[in-house]
Design a protein around this ligand. Sequence first.
Ligand SMILES: Nc1nc2c(ncn2[C@@H]2O[C@H](COP(=O)(O)OP(=O)(O)O)[C@@H](O)[C@H]2O)c(=O)[nH]1
Ligand SMILES: [Mg+2]
Length: 361
Amino acid sequence: MPEGIVPELLIVLALLVIITAVAVVALRQRRGEADVEAPPVEELQAPPAEVVEEAEAPAVTVERAAPSLRDRLSKSRRFLADRLADAFGRGVDDATWEDLEDILIQADVGVEMAQRIVTDVKEAARSRNVTSAEELKGLLSDELVSLFAEEDRGLREVPGEVTVWLVVGVNGTGKTTTIGKLAADASRREKSVALAAADTFRAAADEQLGVWADLSGATIVKHQPGADPGAVAFDALQHAKARSIDLLIVDTAGRLHTKTPLMDELSKVRRVLEKESDVHEALLVIDATAGQNGLNQAREFAQAAGVTGVVLTKLDGTAKGGIALAIENTLGIPIKLLGVGESEDDLQPFDPKAYVDALLT
Ligand SMILES: Nc1nc2c(ncn2[C@@H]2O[C@H](COP(=O)(O)OP(=O)(O)O)[C@@H](O)[C@H]2O)c(=O)[nH]1
Ligand SMILES: [Mg+2]
């Protein structure tokens, strides 16, 4: 081997080693990058719809957040807060009790009920030597809660058969709106719902009910305007039974100027339903803004339809939240639900303690 060739061979060998090393490093790097980029198998297979649903879930929750009762009763609370602060803030004397009676009457609890409350609170304040405004408010709160009966205020539902709820009340009190809210609630609980448009008196009544039916995915059973409401109720019940629907809610007319026929009509609707099923709830809707007038009208409905519970609506629009006490005590029917606005979430179960707290604190 000639001498000059040895260093050249060494150089070629060194170059070969360097090229091989560079190639190995490059290959490793590329593999590493490929590892990072390759999406995991599950990600590839996950359907895009699910991801979208997950991403949107919080927005839906926010939209459906139930309004706080306290917010919705703010008109009544403000009305009471100012006046009670005046009455209780000057030390206790005869004027305190006269003022309290006036305030309660203005809040629509009714004259007799107001007198009874004053007598009881006055007695409690004396015997416990209570004089501070805060403690007096506490006594008033306890007294108001105690005047609501201890009742089961849930709505009766029967699994395995069609639950039937009949809804009655004066025109404009909020029957159809309440039915819409109830249907929306039931469908959120995954119950199937049918609505009977048995208010055949008002031409637009079934359209309004239809809008709520669409919103909740309920089916609606209706006839021509002016049709016999009993016949609508009958057909709706047949429909609900044939399709094993969980809940049938029957809307009714509420016009007052032809009062006697209306009450007969409601009794008939009830009788028709009862031939084929129990009526598990007959809910009387009362507009809180109608005050004591609403109460007088309610009495007749209570008799005609065998009412099992009251829905007190439009509490968001009145300062006279005391009407709840007057209703329970004069009608002797439990308030089961509160309407606190016009949207589907604005229906709340009635809880006396929560209600009184929302009014007073
Ligand atoms: N602010 C408020 N409005 C209500 C409430 N319930 C019903 N309404 C409104 O009262 C009006 C009459 O309601 P509707 O359901 O048609 O009464 P119906 O004639 O008894 O069926 C409508 O404008 C409703 O939006 C409620 O709780 N709060
Ligand atoms: Mg209606």
